[in-house]
Design a protein around this ligand. Structure first.
Ligand code: SAM
Length: 230
């Protein structure tokens, strides 16, 4: 999973234990972010609805929460990842915007990201593998970024991980069902449910997640937005 402000990486087990002790069968994770807690609850047998306003978070939720590992064609997933990993590099929007006009990724990796993202749009859009491939690509890009973990800025010298080649890995999926919903928590809280348990982990301050993770939003939307100041 990606580096993320407020991620409950270290707390997931204890939060999972507390939630399981309630005996809940259904749960909503209203600010799901990386989906760590939603995954933990799903792993413990709950039917989880994972919500967030971010597009990338919806992709993670469709991958880790909504997808049932038992229903995935793992041969097709493996082939798709191998195919995306061996495409010729493309000098596209990511390479220009995030590697030359700025230095969020090394240009060699930027061109791999461009090639893979173009091919996901061309060959997998709307299909069951799309959220899995997008998750794999975002997580791969996160492992080779040249930031301190947020995308308001990049570091002056290449981070050592930025010089490693982009590597697409299979997401570790869980068996069982779940639901992914993108939207505003206040609006969703009124129309979703009922649930046995609600887990709420809202932002801690005024900084917007979209500005700290704008590259992941752009990779999902794939809309080549105009940019300034990068
Ligand atoms: C503290 S983080 C949650 C971290 C998450 N528990 C995890 O472990 O990854 C807060 C989340 O709230 C989301 N968010 C912010 N405003 C929101 C809103 N109005 N409605 C829904 N989600 C929102 C952000 O996109 C962010 O993912």
């Amino acid at each position: 999973m990606i580096k993320y402000l407020g991620s409950k990486r270290r707390l997931a087990t204890v939060i999972g234990e507390l939630c399981a002790a309630t005996g809940a069968h259904t749960a909503i994770d209203l600010f799901t972010g990386t989906t760590r807690i939603a995954q933990e609850l799903k792993r413990r047998g709950m039917h989880v609805t994972a919500c967030d306003s971010a597009r990338y978070s919806e992709v993670f939720a469709r991958c880790y929460v909504e997808t049932d590992a038992a229903g995935v064609d793992s041969a097709a997933l493996g082939e798709a990842l191998a195919h995306l990993s061996t495409l010729p590099p493309v000098d596209g929007y990511v390479t220009e915007t995030f590697c030359r006009a700025s230095r969020f990724f090394h240009p060699d990796n930027g061109a791999r990201i461009d090639a893979a993202r173009d091919e996901i749009a061309r060959s997998f859009a709307g299909g069951p593998l799309e959220p899995l491939l997008l998750t794999s690509l975002i997580e791969a890009a996160d492992r080779v970024d040249s930031t301190t973990g947020v995308q308001m800025a990049y570091v002056k010298q290449w981070a050592s991980r930025a010089l490693r080649p982009l590597e697409l890995r299979e997401p570790e999926l869980l068996e069982g069902g779940g639901r992914a919903v993108r939207g505003d928590a206040i609006e969703l809280a009124q129309r979703l449910g009922p649930f046995d348990l609600a887990y709420l982990d809202p932002p801690y301050n005024q900084h917007r997640y979209f500005t700290n993770y704008h590259i992941w939003e752009t990779l999902v939307a794939w809309d080549a937005p105009a940019h300034y100041g990068v």
